[in-house]
Design a protein around this ligand. Structure first.
Ligand code: NIG
Ligand code: FE
Length: 436
């Protein structure tokens, strides 16, 4: 099955094969072609170039014939050439819009039950995230709700969120457990994530986050809970092949550096690579322990000093910032500009969850990257595509316009520039999202 996208105003986000992340000054540019075409074959990008090089763009022209009707596969109404006599491939006329890789969202907790709108009121009234958590709200509140919710219902609620983010341009998503906090409930969450992997067209990675908070039964017995995570949860998760990664909330009031190290060491015995929650509430040592254990990413980083920048240099760990959480909680934004100036890469992700970022809209994240973190539109674009793909271990197959990569693509209406995306992020500029 082939699809030709023609009359692309700007084909944005082109990278050579083998570039898995962009760091420092490399983040300043988004390579593009104007007046372009792109060919998709069996779900992969097979060719692209200028319209002058476009194969078979008129009947009898070039090696391919004209298409049949594309409305079958694309009910949301792309315009399609229907002239010609065969259906060797479908043609989508981009009518001058931008074509870009789908967003990758490398940090979410989108499998959760219900919501926490009551705590939203507490927050407005002045309680901090830690105060709400200390009163037994927060993550424990979500764990109670999840415990009472059936696996089918949890899947149904989560798929609504998946469909919502896909319509907003996300083509790959990492999802964490961590609202179970009991072995059975952690496994239930991870089974829901596996079912999403199997039934949704998005690329999905699963992360085991048993150490998100201390479960209710273990309050006051934190070390025992860590033992439960190490001795019961990790082996059970690994035995069923339910997780790609392991995560720990290494922060004030949650898990210490020593506990984090113990969990990462145990997880490594089962081949689970770390992605760490670090430095959201204070400088926790989470970045250092993550880098020591060769974490794929260290995430949040609202609080960082120069020591964190230094330790990340020369590591393979992707610093990932979550501006939706800063926005919602009213806490500082990560110092992305300083990280980039120091030659580091930066990824942005949504942190979609009911307590600190109840939105998975990556257009908004890209906008916050510019508006609140003062990244250029190009830097923010790269942080939300190739670097976020790296932070979830998929940048070999996603995150850029590259021959052989998956054709997860956003087609926009004609826009004045790439900057329009973060500038006017709530304008309904997405005309079509392709996730083959
Ligand atoms: O990434 N910080 C820890 N975990 C989530 C919040 C989870 C929650 O409050 O439900 C976060 O912000
Ligand atoms: Fe998170």
């Amino acid at each position: 099955m082939k699809t030709l996208i023609k009359n692309i105003g700007t084909l944005a986000g082109i990278l050579p094969a083998g570039v898995l992340k962009l760091e420092g000054e490399q983040m300043n540019d988004v390579a593009s072609i104007s007046n372009a075409y792109l060919m998709i074959e069996d779900g992969l990008i097979s060719a692209f170039g200028t319209m002058e090089e476009c194969p078979g763009d008129s009947p009898g022209d070039g090696p391919y014939g004209y298409p049949g009707d594309c409305s079958k596969g694309h009910p949301d109404g792309c315009s399609t050439d229907t002239t010609g006599d065969n259906s060797r491939y479908e043609v989508i006329d981009a009518e001058g819009g931008i074509v870009m890789p789908c967003f990758c969202d490398s940090h979410t907790h989108l499998v959760y039950a219900g919501c926490r709108d009551g705590e939203f009121r507490d927050k407005i009234a002045g309680l901090s995230y830690e105060e709400i958590a200390a009163r037994g709200g927060g993550i424990l509140n979500s764990a109670d709700l999840l415990h009472e919710t059936s696996e089918d219902e949890l899947y149904r609620q989560s798929m609504e969120r998946i469909n919502e983010i896909a319509s907003k341009g996300t083509g790959a998503v990492e999802i964490k457990s961590g609202y179970g906090l009991r072995t059975g409930d952690e496994l239930k969450m991870l089974r829901v994530i596996r079912r999403i992997k199997e039934t949704s067209p998005l690329t999905v990675k699963a992360t085991f986050l048993g150490a998100h908070a201390v479960g209710r039964e273990y309050v006051g017995r934190q070390d025992e809970y860590v033992r439960l995570v190490c001795e019961e949860m990790i082996p059970a998760v690994a035995a069923q092949g339910l997780a790609d990664y392991v995560d720990v909330f290494c922060d004030k009031g949650f898990f210490t550096v020593e506990q984090t190290a113990a969990i990462l060491k145990r997880a490594a015995e089962f081949g689970l690579v770390p992605k760490i929650h670090a430095n959201e509430l204070e400088i926790s040592g989470g970045v250092q322990v993550g880098v020591e254990h060769d974490a794929l990413s260290v995430d949040h980083l609202e609080q960082t000093a120069d020591a964190e920048i230094e330790v990340l240099k020369g590591s393979r760990t992707m610093p990932t910032m979550l501006p939706g959480c800063s926005f919602f909680l009213g806490i500082p934004y990560g110092r992305a500009k300083q990280f980039i100036a120091a030659g580091l890469p930066v990824a942005l992700a949504s942190d979609y969850n009911p307590g600190t970022s109840p939105s998975g809209d990556m257009r908004f994240i890209m906008a916050l990257g510019c508006i609140r973190m003062r990244l250029t539109p190009e830097q923010s674009f790269n942080a939300c595509t190739i670097n976020s793909a790296y932070a979830m271990g998929v940048s070999g197959t996603l995150g850029s316009i590259t021959e052989g990569k998956k054709a997860n693509l956003i087609i926009t209406k004609p826009l004045p520039s790439l900057a329009f995306i973060p500038y006017s992020h709530q304008t309904p500029f997405i005309r079509k999202v392709i996730i083959p």
